[in-house]
Design a binder for this molecule. Structure first.
Ligand code: DAH
Length: 353
């Protein structure tokens, strides 16, 4: 008997002896008899080199061995499944996976996602814009006249420009870190024509001393809606809807006259205090109201600066601080906590979705 014949015979013997798993793993059986690197595959490799004569007799036996191994594998795995079932350890493959326990969303992102979700359902797109901006998009186009005191309220960080090689004048194109997300309104209106409906979340910067209530950077969400016949009532209704979705269905809003160079008229938006139900608490300073956004009808000069005819189109805009809303939602009393990366603070938001 050739050595190949001998090997086939002894492997068949070995297979026939395996009538149950007997404490061994199904995987070990698979590796030995079924897998591409197993003993049977190895014999098939050797078979390729056998003489024509030998192939005639051995081919059949080898194929039978392979088939028997597959049948045995099926039998063993059925038995294993049945015994797992009877012992009550059932494997349910339709169960959801165990959630990843490392890390969690930052509270500012939790708020940002929620704001986006509400406005997306109203048909607003999310638009992005640069944090490093020029003076025109951050101020001038938004109807802040040069040297106007309104610019004082938003002092920022200016970026030094390298001198032009041929000593040319640069003109009034100071580069700065944007003080608000309102610059994206301008970029959007220059790029696309109405109807426009967008929200613009992002980071902004101010030259301020860092304290519990102020920081040199924070986050805002800007909103803009420009179309024919957009009125103040649309602004009011949109923000009222937002407030109810964001803070609960019994929330009320209040508009207070205000001033922004880029809107006319302008209003500060307050919501009824959702911490105390307007009864008065230290969050609302016992007034029953908390301020959440600035807003107004887009100033005709702003539309004109972006090539939109204010006789044809009108629009409303608003801007809200993400930190402020997050502090109100979770009762956080120090703005610095958002950027200190203290794991004891961050891991408290794990359960929040
Ligand atoms: N940009 C303003 C700020 O940072 C907030 C703001 C107020 C944005 C009114 C608006 C608006 O779009 O209409 O203080």
């Amino acid at each position: 008997m050739s050595s190949l014949q001998e090997k086939v015979r002894s492997l068949r013997q070995e297979l026939d002896n395996v009538t149950s798993l007997g404490g061994k793993s199904l995987e070990a059986f698979r590796l030995k008899f079924i897998s591409k690197k197993g003993a049977i595959s190895e014999l098939f490799e050797e078979f390729k080199q056998a003489s024509v004569e030998e192939k005639k007799t051995l081919g059949k036996i080898l194929n039978e061995l392979k088939q028997a191994a597959e049948e045995r594998f099926k039998q063993l795995s059925d038995e294993q499944e049945a015994s797992a079932k009877s012992s009550g350890v059932e494997i349910d493959l339709s169960l959801p996976p165990i959630p990843n326990k490392t890390g969690s969303l930052h509270p500012l992102n939790l708020t940002r996602y929620k704001i986006i979700e509400v406005f997306e359902r109203l048909g607003f797109n999310v638009v992005d814009g640069p944090e490093i901006e020029d003076d025109w998009h951050n101020f001038t186009a938004l109807n802040f006249p040069e040297n106007h005191p309104a610019r004082e309220m938003q002092d920022t960080f200016f970026i030094e420009k390298p001198a032009l090689p041929d000593g040319q004048e640069r003109g009034n194109h100071d580069i700065l870190l944007r003080t608000h997300t309102s610059n994206v309104q301008i970029r959007l209106m220059k790029q696309q024509k109405p109807p426009l409906r967008a929200i613009m979340p992002g980071r902004v910067y101010r030259n301020e001393a860092i304290s519990a209530r102020a920081h040199c950077f924070f986050h805002q969400v800007e909103g803009l809606y420009v179309d024919k016949n957009v009125g103040f009532s649309d602004l009011k209704q949109t923000l009222f809807h937002f407030a109810k979705e964001m803070f609960g269905k019994d929330t009320k809003i209040r508009l207070r006259p205000s001033f922004f160079p880029f809107t006319e008229p302008s209003a500060e938006i307050d919501v009824s205090c959702f911490i105390c139900g307007s009864k008065g608490c230290n969050v609302c300073k016992y007034s029953g109201w908390v301020e959440i956004a600035g807003s107004g009808m887009v100033h005709p000069n702003v539309l004109r600066n972006c090539g939109i005819d204010p006789e044809e189109y009108t629009g409303f805009a608003f801007g809200m601080g993400i930190e402020r809303i997050t502090m109100l939602r979770y009762g956080i009393n120090d703005l610095r906590m958002f950027s200190e990366n203290d794991i004891r603070f961050l891991k408290q938001f794990k359960a929040v979705v």
